[in-house]
Each structure stands twice: as structure tokens, then as C-alpha cells.
Design a protein around this ligand. Structure first.
Ligand code: G3P
Length: 219
């Protein structure tokens, strides 16, 4: 499973990329709005810090403006992926961009058939929003599995990117589905590394080692 960090926060990215297990970053307008008004610098820094794909979402509304902005975003950095919300009126732009070989991430996908529509256009990534399914009382893992099953049946090339993952249990269940990618907020990523038994075990090993009174392992 590839792991993307769902954030536009440079401090978190700088801190967590060296773990070696983060394969990319996803941003959206809500995440960017938390990082101040110099969006260009924020995105330039993120694209330079991350070697994998960095999703940047269009903020224009009219389909022609979306198409134009998508091309600007695509030209911004080599590793940038253009994020476009799923919508009927954006389908022609999505098709044009996908045909031109621009890497797209279709976001706000909430049904397996929505995923099917954009998979047919050959987009690089499709992002179902799991947490928001759960918010409305729908079993997100069920819907993710249905989405993946349709994709596999027709052998589409798009990668499924599980988004809006909010808890460790949900992330584990997502991993069990075999989905291509999960994007997770930094705080959730860090939770994996905080476990009371791991921490207690480290403290116990250290206490026992100190009893020997040695200054190095091989002295
Ligand atoms: O990747 C999508 C994510 O940023 C949305 O998460 O928790 O606002 O549904 P959430």
C-alpha cells in the first residue's frame, strides 16, 4: 500500500518524509487555506520536499477555467497531480487532460459508478472519501470494496486512493482491502508510532541495560 500524507503543512511534511514510508502528498483548498495566503510558496516548497506525486486541486468553477487552471497546475512542478472534483460539467475537461497525458486525481468520489465514469477516461487516481461516507451512516469499507471490484473487473489502470481516512481502525480496514493508496492526516500517521506497549518496552529494555553500567555495547 502506498501512503500519502493529507496535508499542506510544510513542518509536518519536513518531519515525516524522512520516515521513508510516505509516497506522496495530497492537498485540497481546505488544507491550503490553513497555511496562509502565499499559496504559491507553500506549493513550491511541498513539491520540492516530496519526490512522489503532490495533488493540487483546481479552485476555478467554470469548466473552461478549470481546464485552463488544470494546465497551469500541471506545469507548476514535475511531480504535481491535478485534482479535479467529480462533476458532470467537468467530464469534457477531464477527458481532454487525461488524453493529453496529464496526471489527474478525481476527488469527492462517493459512489462506485462515479469511479467507473472517470476510470473510463483513464485518470491516474480516483479518490473516494471514506470518512464522509461514514458521516452519513454508509459503510465506507463496503463501498470501497465495491469500487475496487468494478475497477478490477474491467482492468482499469486508475489507482484508487482512499481519502478522508480518520481513524487507525479505519486505516487498518482500508489496508486489508488491498487498495492502492491511502492518504492520511499527519496526526493519524504519527499515531501508528505511539503505542503504550512499545513505549513501555523501550523503557524496560533501557532500564535493564542501564543496570550493567556499560557505556557502549561492544566496549
Ligand atoms: O483527502 C481528503 C480529506 O482531506 C478530507 O478529509 O476528514 O475532511 O473528510 P475529511
Amino acid at each position: 500500500m502506498k501512503i500519502f500524507l493529507d496535508t499542506a503543512n510544510r513542518e509536518y511534511i519536513k518531519k515525516l518524509i524522512p520516515t521513508g514510508v510516505i509516497d506522496g502528498v495530497t492537498t485540497n483548498p481546505s488544507l491550503l487555506s490553513k497555511e496562509g495566503s502565499d499559496v504559491k510558496s507553500v506549493l513550491r516548497d511541498i513539491c520540492a520536499m516530496v519526490s512522489g506525486p503532490v495533488s493540487v486541486e483546481v479552485v476555478e468553477k467554470h469548466p473552461d477555467a478549470v481546464l485552463k487552471q488544470a494546465r497551469e497546475i500541471a506545469a507548476f512542478a514535475k511531480n504535481v497531480v491535478v485534482k479535479i472534483p467529480f462533476a458532470l460539467e467537468y467530464m469534457p475537461a477531464i477527458k481532454t487532460l487525461a488524453d493529453d497525458g496529464i496526471a489527474l486525481n478525481i476527488t469527492l468520489v462517493f459512489t462506485p459508478l462515479q469511479a467507473l465514469m472517470v476510470a473510463k477516461l483513464g485518470v491516474a487516481y480516483i479518490s473516494p472519501f471514506l470518512g464522509r461516507w461514514d458521516d452519513i451512516g454508509v459503510d465506507s469499507i463496503d463501498l470501497l470494496e465495491q469500487t475496487m471490484s468494478i475497477q478490477e473487473t474491467y482492468d482499469f489502470d486508475s489507482e484508487i486512493l482512499a481519502a478522508s481516512v480518520r481513524t487507525i481502525i479505519q486505516w487498518q480496514e482500508v489496508a486489508q482491502t488491498g487498495v492502492d493508496i491511502a492518504t492520511v492526516p499527519p496526526a493519524l500517521f504519527e499515531q501508528v508510532f505511539k503505542h503504550p506497549l512499545t513505549e513501555r518496552g523501550i523503557a524496560l529494555f533501557d532500564a535493564d541495560w542501564q543496570k550493567l553500567g556499560k557505556t557502549s555495547l561492544f566496549e
